[in-house]
Every structure is written in structure tokens, then in C-alpha cells.
Write a protein that binds this ligand. Structure first.
Ligand SMILES: Nc1ncnc2c1ncn2[C@@H]1O[C@H](COP(=O)(O)OP(=O)(O)OP(=O)(O)O)[C@@H](O)[C@H]1O
Ligand SMILES: [Mg+2]
Length: 312
């Protein structure tokens, strides 16, 4: 087994304020996990707003610098100086799917031109026939075809169709990993589950690993193999999705489960703990303990009580 993605002790600190009042936000603290090349999965990252999900995703995509730690894709570090050839090679392995497809596509440019560019630059397709075959192949994988999409602008497609085109664009270089940051939150409720199901099918049929970022435990439970629950930059509990979500151990993970949303709101609503006071109490506990591996395969960041001993 070899790792396609290794995230090791990764932290991100943003400097805030001016020269006189400088302080820092610890957006991600000591994140770590590995994705094996021959073990496609849906790995969900869940947590409330500001918990560091997007920052972690952007570091994995090489869009944000890493303050500490290391991220390796196919054995190569993505941090530090990378030349164009290395960057392209990295993009062939890991591709993004963004939250809002209407922002991802320029309204004045036909959507198929994005797929064309990807086919030429990342796949190395040269002839028109090769480019079109690659585009059609990728579109078929998401339930569309080149004939349906060619020459059309973003506003001529529904949010669901456009997100499919965005996923097709991401699939063109046959990546091992898609990083999908809240991919269904801007899609109409009626189409949301079709996109979630598509992500699952990509894993099952194409062997693509999906890093699925969401606020929503219902869809997370439905499609995830593993889950990372984040709070204020820390992974507070992570492991096999069913193990963690059936009986969460960390106070914050328990709270999230209590606030689970109905499936019809999947991917849309924000995670909102039912009881604000308990949520704040749980927030104080996170980040104070160590991540401990359990027999059932999960890791829990055990809260410490006041005298420093571990409270279970
Ligand atoms: N470029 C930036 N400069 C300064 N602070 C930032 C920057 N990007 C993110 N942050 C801060 O880092 C923390 C984590 O933000 P991030 O966007 O990763 O959270 P998130 O979990 O994706 O939230 P959401 O669910 O709302 O998308 C927040 O406190 C945020 O304000
Ligand atoms: Mg985000």
C-alpha cells in the first residue's frame, strides 16, 4: 500500500490586524491523516463555520501556504517552491470542486472551454478529436454529454447541471482525489442528493477518493467511509464514519450529532448545536487534550479537566 495523500502535523496560522495590534488565528492545528492509493473512499470533514475546513482543503490543493507540517501528494511535498511541471503533476492527482459553480465559471465564457483547457493542459490532448473525446468521456461520468453542454454558458444550465460540469472538469485528468468543499450547498434541494450520490458513485465506479467537506451530518453519514470532526481548527474526533457517528465520544461530536438535520435539508443548513451553552462548554474543551487512538479505530481528542488529568 502506498499513500496518495499524507497530511502530517499540519497547522495554519493567519496573521490578523496591523503592525501595532498583531494577533493570530489558528485556523488549523496539527491536522493529520493519510489516504491510500488503492483504497478509494469518501473522507468527510465536518464542523461548524470557522472550524478550519476550507483552510485545510486549500492547503491540500496547494492554494494556501502551510504554517507548519507537511502535505505530500504521491510522495511529493506540495509546500515550498514548486515549478510548473511539478504543479501540473500535482494537479493531475488532486482536483478541486468548489462550493458555488456559478462563481467557478466566468459567465461570459462557454462552460466547455474550461473542460477543453483541462484536457489540453493536464491531459496533454492535442488534436480536436482527442480533446472532444476526453471532454465527452468526463461528462458521461457525471451523467451528461458533450452535445448537451457544448457552447452553453453557465446561466443556461441549472445549478445541479453546472456542478456536474464542474465535477466533469475536475475528472478530466483522471485524478485520484477530488476535494469538494460544500459541493451541494448552492444546489437546489431537489437536486442535492443526486450530486451526493454522484460523489459516492465516483468512488465506487471510478475509484476516486472524495474529500467531502460539509456542515451536514445526514449526507456525511450516508456516504462517508471516514469522518473528521473539526472544531476551532482541531480534529476533535476522527475515524470510521459509522463508529464515530453512531456513538460519538467527544463532547463537541456528541453535540453535532444531537443537532443532526433531516435528509431533505442535506448539505444546505448550517450545523447549529441545539443548546448554545453546552456548545460553548464543549468549545472550551477542544484543543486541550491529545488525540488518542481507540481500539475501534477512531481517534478522540480527550478533553482534560482543570488539573490536567484526562476526563473520559
Ligand atoms: N485569508 C484569511 N485570513 C485570515 N483569517 C482567515 C483567512 N481564511 C480563513 N481565516 C480564518 O480561519 C478560520 C477558519 O476558516 P475556514 O474558512 O477554514 O473555516 P470553515 O470551516 O471552512 O468555515 P465555513 O463552514 O464557514 O466555510 C476562521 O476563523 C477564519 O476567519
Ligand atoms: Mg469553508
Amino acid at each position: 500500500m502506498s499513500a496518495i495523500l499524507e497530511v502530517t502535523n499540519v497547522s495554519k496560522r493567519f496573521a490578523m490586524g496591523g503592525i501595532l495590534s498583531r494577533n493570530y488565528v489558528n485556523a488549523v492545528v496539527d491536522a493529520g491523516f493519510t489516504i491510500e492509493e488503492d483504497q478509494p473512499e469518501v473522507l468527510t470533514i465536518v464542523g461548524e463555520s470557522g472550524s478550519g475546513k476550507t483552510t485545510l482543503a486549500r492547503m491540500i490543493l496547494g492554494l494556501e501556504s502551510i504554517s507548519e507540517g507537511d502535505i505530500k501528494v504521491a510522495g511529493r511535498s506540495v509546500s515550498g517552491r514548486v515549478n510548473r511541471a511539478q504543479r501540473l503533476s500535482f494537479m493531475r492527482h488532486v482536483q478541486p470542486v468548489f462550493q458555488n459553480p456559478f462563481e467557478a465559471f466566468n459567465p461570459l465564457k462557454e462552460v466547455d472551454r474550461y473542460l477543453q483547457a483541462s484536457a489540453r493542459v493536464l491531459l496533454g490532448a492535442t488534436s480536436r478529436a482527442q480533446v472532444e473525446a476526453a471532454m465527452d468521456d468526463a461528462l458521461q461520468k457525471v451523467g451528461l454529454s458533450l452535445a448537451e453542454v457544448k457552447g452553453r454558458f453557465a446561466h443556461e444550465l441549472s445549478g445541479g447541471q453546472l456542478q456536474r460540469v464542474a465535477i466533469a472538469r475536475a475528472l478530466i485528468p483522471n485524478p485520484a482525489i477530488l476535494v469538494a468543499d460544500e459541493p451541494v450547498s448552492m444546489v437546489d434541494a431537489s437536486l442535492r442528493m443526486t450530486i451526493v450520490n454522484l460523489l459516492r458513485d465516483l468512488r465506487d465506479q471510478l475509484g476516486v477518493t472524495v474529500i467531502y467537506i460539509t456542515h451536514d451530518l445526514a449526507t456525511a453519514y450516508y456516504i462517508s467511509d471516514r469522518i473528521i470532526i473539526m472544531q476551532e481548527g482541531y480534529a476533535v474526533e476522527m475515524g470510521p464514519a459509522r463508529v464515530v457517528l453512531d456513538a460519538p465520544e467527544h463532547p463537541y461530536a456528541k453535540l453535532l450529532k444531537d443537532s443532526v438535520l433531516p435528509v431533505e435539508n442535506a448539505g444546505k443548513s448550517r450545523v447549529q448545536p441545539a443548546d448554545r451553552k453546552t456548545a460553548q462548554a464543549a468549545a472550551k474543551l477542544s484543543g486541550t487534550g491529545e488525540l488518542v487512538l481507540r481500539d475501534d479505530g477512531r481517534s478522540v481528542r480527550l478533553p482534560r479537566d482543570g488539573d490536567g488529568s484526562v476526563a473520559v
